[in-house]
Design a protein around this ligand. Sequence first.
Ligand code: PMP
Length: 429
Amino acid sequence: MPSPVEAAVRDARDRYAAANPASRARHEEALATLPGGNTRTVLFHQPFPLGIVRGEGCRIWDADGHEYLDLLGEYTAGLFGHSDPVIRAAVVAALDNGVTLSGHPMTEARFAAAIARRFPSLELLRFTNSGTEANLMALALATAVTGRRTVLVFEGAYHGGVLSFPVGNVPATNVPHRFVVAGYNSPDIAAVLEAVGDDLAAVLIEPMLGAGGCVPATPEFLATLRTETGRLGALLIFDEVMTSRLAPGGRQAAVGIRPDLTTLGKYVGGGMSFGAFGGRRELMERFDPRRPDALPHSGTYNNNVLTMAAGLAAMTGPFTPEAVEALNARGDRLRTDLAAVLAGLPVQVTGLGSLLTVHFTARPVRTGADAARADPRLTELFFFDLLERGIQVARRGMVALSLPVGDADCARFVDAVADVVRSRRALLT
Ligand code: PMP
């Protein structure tokens, strides 16, 4: 006999499958050439993920004609929504001039300058094709300049497909750095760093765990990392692939801590493939090809015409400091409203600004390990229940607001959550 919550999940999956025959057909076709019908594991869920045919603003439509409010926002990369007119015009203009030019498009240095203006700790920077690559390059630079091997990372962190540190015993495809995994927000962090001592090349940290559950690092924790890495001669690397959107100058500006290196990705490229790493001038200068000891860094599409055009348009267009402030203020209000609806239930809402995660656990969530305690069945049910109400969030319970999301959309989401909670009260308490 399945438990009531297992029966509810089974029922939700069955209803979903019955409602989405065209998505199922697309999935079955994909199974022939993609393992699990998939080339992006995060998007997979049972019984099969939706086939999405179109998006506009903060709305998307699936292959069976259902419309959804998109509160997933491409896991933070879709900050500008699906049809920002400024970015669209820049991409179309770039297409008109040819896309594989074997040279430097005129947008490349201007885009870099726009990023450096916004995030001043990136005195010099370089582009990559993804956040994963940006982190790989930052770690390569850190080990090269320090001559040390150990990289300290945190439980629950995600820095890319080959730099992933989930809680628990999960099969990994990580690159073979000498990693030490510490507890996020751990009060003992200074002692952990001291123990690694003079082999510590870098500390790599998301200032808020993103994939790990929107768990913010405390400013004190980040300040300790700054002080201790400085003392030990190691580099502090902020992975701001997600968190750079949380304030006009990123979370580093919000907490007033200047890392040695920063990695960026996702929305900064205006919705195109994107990554960047940068930081202190004297570190990044190691990539200057005029130097006899220059480190190599190539990549055919690092400066691809479409990303350079879209990113420059985004950073000098819709991504104004005022828009960033307003987006995050809206998210703060949303989190407060959600917390009110969920008060008294064994559910936590974590996050900062425009990013949040709903966790089905009675205990407060302050670390990656806390987040991993959430009930996966209730998380799955929440996802399906919201889809049935026309709202898409991440399968893991994460919400990333995009600029087109308005107050009425947020209110609709809060009402939907209240309705889900009412209908599932027996399973939650
Ligand atoms: N760092 C963080 C914090 C991320 O959230 C992600 C992507 N989810 C990455 C790095 C990797 O970026 P990409 O998917 O572009 O490789």
